[in-house]
Design a protein around this ligand. Structure first.
Ligand SMILES: Cc1cc2nc3c(=O)[nH]c(=O)nc-3n(C[C@H](O)[C@H](O)[C@H](O)COP(=O)(O)OP(=O)(O)OC[C@H]3O[C@@H](n4cnc5c(N)ncnc54)[C@H](O)[C@@H]3O)c2cc1C
Length: 438
């Protein structure tokens, strides 16, 4: 039997049994058999969601990763059709040498295309290109006991919209057609500068976001007082010349899971301070390969193991523009006061490009994301405090990262949930959905 599957945060620790199949035409029969045997299931891509959105209530998931073939490519127009288990890394391996890049990519290239659609993922260029779902031309959707259907903005449009950010609940996406973005080089021209506080972050973002394709900041989540919100701001654009090389950096790996988390306030404090000090106070221009720019964490395989057997949780929220600066300051003060957080918290402006998805996470505003080792103190003290700040500021949490949000908060923040529930296939149920609807 294959090894049990988990979500990336390994919390909640509910092992899933993966049912995979090798060929696309076997999938309908395979899906029906799994549902017949276990009554309920859920598609599972590559388990890069942190919380419980990729975990089935039945603990029996349809593992899509082995459906990993390219189906069709039009390299004149950058239109690529793939099986849904293809990873973003696999897309880039074939597209970069031909001068095409993913128009939207999250911070890991190990997500599958199906998973990227089902969470309607966003990247460092949300302010320019919106979410992944905007660049999906069509996909095939399979529901148990029914023939597959093609969904696009013009065909089965309500299922198209509900499945983008649909958390795998509307059916199994088995293939997808993507519109890629032309590039001349795979390197990224960057400008890096550190900022001393949140006000400086917002000023830099106001000035630089509109001039650059990519924009992101790393924040020292332990800095207090006048240093609250200090960090490093990075903007980038695809280089106008260079090579179309695909990343082939050797990967390091964390070989085993230690019994307890290696992340503590001492290691965090030292790392965050050093990271901040090592970056320039004046703007520095540079050129980076695309992998370290987009996917710094992918360099270390199984890095999630450093959080130990209890796992970890990511907290990612977005706060609407009008309240963003005040709420971010409050959130960062609460986190620094608790002395918890991740090596690098990610702060980023989201733009107003609308997603076709019903339950897409981004909204015009600012998003903060950071990891915490799992503990009772986190669940009972810090998260409720952070949730209260997000709620009061009219913000919301990201289902792809979540393992704790209350049903009331979810339903308040995502009023379209009822439309998704109406289109959910009754035999597909995740731990996330059953938690936030109860
Ligand atoms: C290091 C790291 C950085 C990240 N950075 C970002 C970021 O910058 N932006 C961002 O938005 N996200 C980010 N993420 C989250 C990640 O991109 C998403 O959770 C992504 O959806 C994971 O894809 P997956 O293939 O692993 O899907 P899984 O995690 O296995 O599943 C995710 C959801 O998709 C559904 N699903 C999977 N396959 C299918 C299918 N074929 N058909 C229908 N539904 C399906 C599942 O049921 C589940 O609800 C990051 C994650 C990591 C680990």
């Amino acid at each position: 039997m294959s090894a049990p599957l988990y979500s990336w945060g390994r919390f909640p620790r509910t092992p899933q049994r993966g049912h995979g199949c090798i060929w696309l035409d076997e999938l309908p029969g395979h899906l029906d058999k799994v549902i017949e045997a276990h009554r309920s299931s859920l598609p599972y891509g590559n388990g890069r969601s942190y919380g419980d959105s990729c975990l089935a209530t039945s603990n029996q998931v349809l593992h899509m990763r082995s459906l990993d073939r390219l189906i069709d490519a039009d390299w004149d127009d950058g239109v690529l059709t793939v099986e849904a288990g293809v990873t973003l890394a696999e897309v880039l391996t074939v597209s970069i040498p031909r001068g095409w890049f993913l128009p939207v990519t999250p911070g890991t290239q190990f997500a599958t295309v199906g998973g990227a659609i089902a969470n309607d993922v966003h990247g460092k260029n949300h302010h320019v290109r919106g979410t992944f779902g905007r660049h999906v031309r069509s996909f095939g959707l399979l529901r148990p006991g029914q023939p597959g259907i093609t969904c696009s903005p013009d065909a089965n449009a309500s299922l198209f919209s509900a499945s983008i950010g649909g958390l795998g609940l509307t059916g199994i996406i088995h293939w997808a057609q993507l519109q890629l973005m032309p590039i001349r080089a795979s390197q990224i021209d960057t400008t890096t500068v550190r900022f001393a506080n949140l006000a400086e972050f917002f000023a830099l973002s106001d000035e630089l976001d509109e001039k650059h394709e990519y924009s992101v900041a790393w924040v020292d989540c332990l800095a207090k007082g006048a240093d609250t919100g200090r960090g490093v701001f990075i903007v980038g654009d695809h280089a106008p010349y260079g090579s179309l090389d695909v990343g082939r950096r050797t990967k390091l790996s964390v070989p085993l899971t230690p019994p307890v988390s290696l992340i503590n306030s001492l290691s965090l404090g030292v790392f965050n301070t050093l990271y901040w000090r090592l970056h320039p106070s004046q703007r520095r221009l540079g050129r980076s390969d695309y992998e370290p720019f987009f996917y710094p964490l992918d360099r270390v395989l199984h890095w999630n193991r450093i959080y130990g057997r209890r796992g970890f949780q990511q907290y990612q929220c977005v706060i609407p523009t009008a309240n963003a600066e005040a709420a971010m300051a409050e959130l960062l003060r609460a986190i620094a006061h608790a002395g918890q957080g991740s090596f690098l918290a990610v702060l980023k402006r989201c733009g107003d490009v609308r997603s076709p998805g019903l339950l897409s996470f981004p909204m015009p505003g600012t998003s903060l994301a950071l990891d915490f080792p799992h503990s009772e103190q986190l669940e009972n003290v810090l998260f409720p405090r952070l949730d209260a700040i997000v709620r009061a500021a009219g913000g919301r949490l990201y289902p792809a990262k979540d393992a704790h949000m209350s049903g009331a908060d979810f339903r308040q923040a995502y009023p379209a949930w009822e439309r998704l529930e109406a289109l959910r296939d009754p035999s597909l149920m995740s731990r996330f959905w059953s938690r936030v609807l109860s």
